[in-house]
Design a protein around this ligand. Sequence first.
Ligand code: ZN
Length: 265
Amino acid sequence: MNLSILKKVCIAVALVAYLPVNALAWGQTGHRVVGQVADYYLTAKARKAVKAILGGETIAMASNWPDFIKSDTAYNYLGSWHYVNIPGGLDQNGVFHFLDTDREANVYNKIPELIATLKNKQSTADQKKMAIRLLIHFVGDLNQPMHTARKEDLGGNKINVTWFGQKSNLHRVWDEGLIEYQQLSYTEYAAAINHPSKEQLNQWSHDSLKQSVYESYLTCNKIYDKTKADDKLSYRYNFDFVDTLNEALLKGGIRLAAMINQIYA
Ligand SMILES: [Zn+2]
């Protein structure tokens, strides 16, 4: 093999090594950003309680466990806990009524059960560990707008688009594509977006679960309006939605911290 061919082979190998690996919902990075932001806002009491449950595992790293366990069929029953499918075209009362009456196990009606497990003094260490890992993850999911989206297209999974020329779908663009495009580690990302106004911090720390779902729903409606099947998404989509994305991640982290702080208040 002459030198120039060897050079080409090396470049090809290097390029393949840099291709992104196939990631899972909100993506590892998105969930870790939410966890890292939450970490900034924990009270001393809550921090101690979380450490007693998770040991050396950080909130950021614990956030991915509920996606990793999808590879084990024993956890299949948790599948629908990651989202809530809400029909399009509802106003606030309609969404609230839907949430009150939807009998499917979903992210909205399971979060209070996880909080109850964490508050219950009879819960075992294992039960608490599982509950907090799930809570950390699902509060992240709840703030991913395509996790409060429509059933008929599986939360955008059936809306095929391209993302910078690669086959993707609307759900995946929001789980991963937009986030990975920012090219930040999760710690860099969390630090970069951690600038809520006093009003935002106060508001998001006190929003009810219902209100949080409703806001995600409003955002997903905007996304549906602006994204159609076979759209070729790239620079302009990032420009139009990066602020929405960053606010969703920041809100998720602040809301998660508020929830954990309240459990251990
Ligand atoms: Zn999830």
